[in-house]
Write a protein that binds this ligand. Structure first.
Ligand code: PMP
Length: 427
């Protein structure tokens, strides 16, 4: 049993020694001491079903034995910087990752986070095209360093960042957007930005296929093909941020961009790629990758032996445990059950998402779509008391984010929906 400090003691230390910006879920935050697959355990040994771990990093399941094994084996052999010497781990993982990519996307740069991956992707686009202008979507989250905070388009995640060279296009949000599910109409705004906001040439365009932090918003169908068309005509590179939607999570496809039938010029990823180990990557074509030879470029720990050994193990587990197929089967079932719940409760305004990347938006008025922020928090807290963890997001903080480890079962889905049903019924 756990003998470490209590939740209260940890909170007190955090208060004194950690940044005041550090936030946590729940008014009485969980002290997580142990994790196994789709379960987390608190200091008293109480088990929680983890419906949100996917976002936090875990795609195979907490402490998946194969991934732990690979990490322990590697750390006992050697852990070092990526630069200076050879090691097979980085090369093996890059090869495996490239094999999951369409077209000529086969050159990999490793980073330590999603922010770094998107920073690098945007820099590459700017170098390759000789342009500065980047278009991103309103409501997007792409990271918290200079360029990525500029591309991020939600005031809550932005400080006084210099916004130069970034344009934010109309978000193709089927639920709240002005054009409903007509992706091509929203994409016209990308063309307008190019025509009226730039010299006619752009460095690139960056977006997720399903906005995670933004509240599990699936870009309206037809949006990416049309937007990519405009960007390519203006000489720009298209970047797909797969930090949340990648690695089989959407079920039908391995990558989020595939749900819209496009092939990007640059793909970025992080989070689930290392099953909890800090690891990010940028994948592009040999021709585009060439721009980084104009100067010296390196990242001390990006792609180090430990992290890439973990990454390779994750890819193998996704195949061995059939996780993409599971995301499709269990995700479709879970979405169907959540949609039934929408039939039962007025407060559920929308159920959306693909595979095991699902969102449930709460509104106090279905016509006005008034965000039910307080109710969202309340239900989340109640579900935690019932032993089920989910997240929240969206600009108004009124969207449940359901992104469990991909080993989630139908039974888990039932438990999650039953807990949500009960919590809403008691409100
Ligand atoms: N892109 C997306 C889509 C994200 O959700 C996040 C993190 N929430 C990032 C980039 C940034 O990743 P990191 O926190 O690892 O820097």
């Amino acid at each position: 049993p756990y003998t470490g400090p209590s939740a209260e003691e940890i909170l007190a230390k955090r208060k004194e020694y950690l940044s005041p910006s550090l936030f946590h879920l729940f008014s009485k935050p969980l002290n997580v001491v142990d994790g196994k697959m789709q379960y987390l355990f608190d200091e008293n040994g109480r088990r929680y079903l983890d419906g949100f771990g996917g976002i936090a990093t875990v795609c195979c399941g907490h402490c998946h034995p194969d991934v732990v094994d690979a990490i322990v084996k590697q750390i006992n052999l050697i852990q070092h910087s990526t630069v200076l010497y050879l090691n097979h781990a980085i090369a093996d993982f890059a090869e495996a990752l490239a094999s999951k990519m369409p077209g000529n996307l086969k050159v990999v740069f490793f980073t330590n986070s999603g922010t770094e991956a998107n920073e690098l992707a945007m820099m590459i686009a700017r170098l390759y095209t000789g342009c500065q202008d980047i278009i991103s979507l309103r409501n997007a989250y792409h990271g918290n360093a200079a360029a990525t905070m500029g591309a991020t388009a939600q005031s809550v995640w932005k400080f006084n960042v210099i916004q130069s060279g970034v344009h934010h296009a109309l978000n193709p949000d089927p639920y709240r957007g002005v054009f409903g599910s007509d992706g091509e109409k929203y994409a016209k705004d990308v063309q307008d930005i190019i025509d009226f906001g730039t010299a006619g040439h752009v460095a690139g365009f960056i977006s997720e296929a399903i906005q995670g932090v933004g509240g599990m918003i699936e870009l309206a169908p037809g949006y990416l093909p049309a937007a990519y068309g405009s960007v390519k005509k203006a000489g720009g590179l298209c970047i797909s941020d797969e930090v949340q939607a990648g690695f089989g999570r959407t079920g039908n496809h391995f990558w989020g961009f595939e749900t819209q039938g496009v092939v990007p010029d640059i793909v970025t990823m992080a989070k689930g790629i290392g099953n909890g180990i800090p690891l990010g990557a940028v994948v592009t074509t040999p021709e585009i990758a060439e721009v980084l030879t104009r100067r010296s470029y390196f990242n001390t720990f990006g792609g180090n032996p430990l992290c890439t050994a973990a990454g390779l193990a994750v890819l193998k587990v996704i195949e061995k445990d059939n996780l993409q197929e599971n995301a499709l089967v269990v995700g479709s079932y879970l979405k169907r059950r959540l949609t039934e719940l929408k039939g039962k409760y007025e407060i559920i305004g929308d159920v959306r998402g693909k595979g095991l990347m699902l969102g449930v938006e709460l509104v106090t008025d279905r016509q006005q779509k008034t965000p039910a922020k307080a109710e969202t928090l309340h239900v989340m807290e109640q579900m935690k008391e019932l032993g089920v963890l989910i997240g929240k997001g969206g600009f108004y903080g009124n969207v449940f984010r359901i992104t469990p480890p991909l080993c989630f079962t139908k039974k888990d889905a039932d438990f999650l929906v039953d807990a949500m049903d009960y919590a809403i019924s008691k409100m």
